[in-house]
Design a protein. Structure first.
Length: 256
């Protein structure tokens, strides 16, 4: 089924893409507050999808976004969400990447003003950007991976990392809010990581700094009683660094 550029589809009930179904949207699809959009086939968006109801991506199924997706309802990804180059995703309510779910931010932008929960996988790559705005919450219980040059995880709200967060070489993380590496959390930094003035990184788990680019702290860096901070590179502190746990500063490495 093709929805052409001049067409508008408004759903107030249930729109179901079956297991053998293919929907390619070149127009505008609006899923109203009472509506349910179920993708259990192959769904490609080349223009705009506006979800105010419930949008489900089924396990093992695919949603390709080449345009704009706005979510002011409930977006549940248990399949593969390919968020492709130049596309935009704006979440103002609840977005759950489920236990089988994968979101690939590939040279595209995600703006979160609501709540995003990762149970399986979020990848930011090829210059993709995930912006967690003030008052927004990103909770990771799976894997968050930031790859390659110009790929960025930017936080002005709250990030709660309870599992694995890896910032690879040339990737970037900027914190202008609260970054909590929880007791079950493991954060590996191999790219650039900046904590801005007045903002907080709290490590209750394991934090490994191994980047060839100095990690910069202009705010508050707190290593709690349960925290293990391993410095295998350079940490430049222009703010406040408090240790109540364990810090390993490996041979020839620097904390300034």
């Amino acid at each position: 089924m093709n929805n052409s550029a001049s067409c508008v589809v408004t759903n107030y009930a249930t729109l179901h893409i079956t297991s053998s179904g293919v929907l390619t949207n070149g127009g505008n699809i609006t899923n109203q507050a009472a509506g349910t959009l179920n993708d259990t086939g192959l769904f490609t968006n080349n223009n705009s999808v506006d979800n105010a109801g419930t949008f489900n991506i089924g396990a093992g199924k695919i949603f390709n976004n080449n345009g704009l997706v706005t979510n002011s309802g409930s977006l549940n990804d248990n399949g593969t969400f390919n968020h492709n180059a130049g596309a935009s995703l704006i979440n103002s309510d609840t977005f759950t990447i489920g236990s089988n779910g994968k979101l690939f931010v590939i040279g595209s932008t995600v703006t979160n003003t609501g709540t995003v929960t990762v149970q399986f996988l979020l990848e930011i790559k090829s210059g993709g950007t995930f912006t967690n705005q003030a008052s927004a919450v990103l909770t990771n219980n799976g894997q968050v991976l930031v790859f390659d040059t110009l790929s960025l995880l930017s936080n002005a709200g709250t990030i709660d990392n309870g599992a694995f967060l890896n910032n690879f070489s040339n990737g970037g993380v900027t914190n202008e809010g609260i970054f909590n590496n929880k007791s079950t959390g493991s954060t590996d930094n191999n790219g650039f990581f900046i904590n801005m003035a007045g903002d907080t990184i709290q490590n209750d788990g394991t934090f490994n700094n191994a980047s060839s680019t100095p990690m910069l702290n202009h705010g508050i860096l707190l290593n709690s009683v349960t925290g293990i901070f391993q410095n295998n590179a350079t940490l430049t502190n222009n703010g406040s660094l408090t240790n109540n746990g364990t810090v390993h500063n490996n041979s020839s490495k620097t904390i300034n």
